[in-house]
Design a protein around this ligand. Structure first.
Ligand SMILES: NCCCC[C@H](N)C(=O)NCC(=O)O
Length: 450
């Protein structure tokens, strides 16, 4: 297909939208790790609670999201729409953090848990909305991978900044001030979300004028049974990649103190390296937009993750080496995996698809987090077993990518030059809406391939 040159105003408009897409989740990424940045000891002393209760501040976020985030995505596609859905999820995030801040003033632990629960009801679904916005604004353009990479890189800077700002505010002023600052960040994200919704109205009008589609295709929960097998393999890969990353990060500080004898503040610096190295992710996204072949990049990322955990778990090599490799692995995966979903699923069902991916991810992180902590407790902090789990998980992830590459030799959807992938996405969205409605009214048993 021939390439039509876009005017610079069109690019400027898309990148203005992208700025607000990034800002919309800045607050939620910032506040997620506030308990960890304050440290368990401080939280326990402040609220007068014991260890197990501290972990509840994370559990109340992750456990409901085994289910909630899937419905969040589905509701975006069916009831709320993207704009109203984002506003509702942003409100939940902000309300949750305000309650957490009030609990910090009143030293009421149950209120802190309520706040984190309400944050969880909105936090993951807001990330689904963010990915769906990103796909809506950049589908069919040359810079889809770059846009996803900028979004994640920016969000992760939010996570990393929290680890510096929260302890500083806590030391200089007080613990409640540090927590309220998180609420202010959520307020800024809420305003960004409102601005984005206005911009998105203009974007929808422009896109509808350029690519008119016949909208007669109600989204149903049963549609997930028609998702192609490649997208299920992508969901599996999300699980096997993020478990060795996020679960490791959650025990990282203690790991470095125990295994390498570092101070806890230096251990914190080491642990946050993968979040900082997400910053060059846009550069990688830019390269992938030029060369395409997302699956090959994902294979490289999985290899780096296997090597990183093998070095960290089974050698005494300087921990910077393993953590920087893990960071590169994350930067590459963040830029290459999320844009593959719009290449397999039409825009009208992207909320559901991202919702499913995050639901599996949350379930896996919550359950394996419990398993890993139980193993550490039973083995008196022997990290050999937990690192074996992380290496095993990354190795399974690598096998899944190899399987995807083999399937794609025939399907030619994901490991192809970027121009071909872009053309496929345009075709998928042009065809899917009339195609789905026609097919489902003709024969409900007939398989529909997106
Ligand atoms: N509060 C943390 C948001 C996580 C969002 C989502 N589950 C996710 O993992 N996104 C991809 C990423 O790399 O952050």
């Amino acid at each position: 297909m021939s390439e039509v040159k876009q005017p610079w105003t069109e690019h400027a408009f898309r990148y203005l939208g992208l700025f607000f897409i990034c800002m919309m989740t800045f607050g939620s990424y910032y506040i997620y790790d506030i308990p960890s940045a304050l440290t368990q000891d401080k939280i326990d002393t402040w609220y007068g609670v014991k260890e197990i209760k501290y972990s509840l501040l994370y559990a109340v976020y992750n456990f409901p999201n085994m289910v909630i985030v899937f419905f969040g995505g589905f509701l975006i596609d069916t009831v709320f729409g993207l704009k109203l859905g984002s506003i509702i999820f942003c409100c939940l995030v902000m309300t949750g953090q305000i309650l957490f801040s009030i609990s910090a003033n009143s030293k009421t632990f149950w209120l802190a848990l309520l706040g984190r629960t309400i944050f969880g009801l909105g936090g993951e679904s807001l990330s689904v909305a963010q990915s769906t916005f990103c796909a809506a604004w950049f589908n069919g353009r040359n810079d889809l991978n770059l846009a996803f990479a900028i979004t994640l890189g920016f969000s992760r800077i939010g996570s990393a900044v929290n680890f510096q700002v929260t302890p500083t505010l806590d030391n200089k002023f007080s613990l409640p001030t540090a927590v309220w600052f998180g609420a202010i960040c959520c307020g800024i994200s809420f305003v960004a979300c409102i601005v984005l919704c206005f911009l998105d109205m203009a974007r929808s009008r422009k896109d509808a004028a350029n690519n008119p589609v016949i909208k007669n295709d109600p989204v149903s929960i049963k549609d997930i049974t028609k998702f192609p097998k490649m997208v299920w393999l992508i969901f599996a890969l999300v699980v096997f990649f993020y478990v060795p990353l996020f679960v490791f990060v959650s025990i990282g500080t203690q790991f470095f103190v125990n295994k390498f004898g570092t101070t806890s503040s230096f251990a914190g610096v080491l642990t946050s390296i993968p979040y900082y190295t997400a910053a060059p992710s846009p550069v990688i996204g830019f390269i992938i937009d030029r060369v395409g072949r997302n699956l090959s990049w994902m294979a490289l990322s999985m290899i780096l993750l296997v090597v990183a955990h093998s070095i960290l778990g089974f050698t005494m090599v300087n921990p910077y080496v393993g953590m920087i490799l893990m960071g590169f692995s994350y930067a590459i995966m963040a830029a290459s995996i999320w844009p593959t979903i719009p290449a397999l699923i039409p825009s009208s069902r992207l909320g559901t698809a991202y919702g499913l991916a995050f639901a599996f991810q949350n379930a896996a992180i919550a359950l394996s987090g419990l398993l890993v902590n139980a193993i550490l407790e039973k083995t008196n902090n022997n990290y050999y077993y937990t690192e074996a789990i992380f290496v095993g998980s990354a190795a399974i992830g690598l096998l899944i990518v190899v399987l995807l590459i083999l399937i794609d030799l025939k399907e030619k959807k994901l490991n192809i030059p970027s121009q071909d992938m872009k053309d496929n996405i345009k075709l998928l969205n042009k065809q899917s809406e009339p195609l789905l409605s026609e097919q489902s009214s003709i024969n409900n048993n007939q398989e529909i391939t997106y």
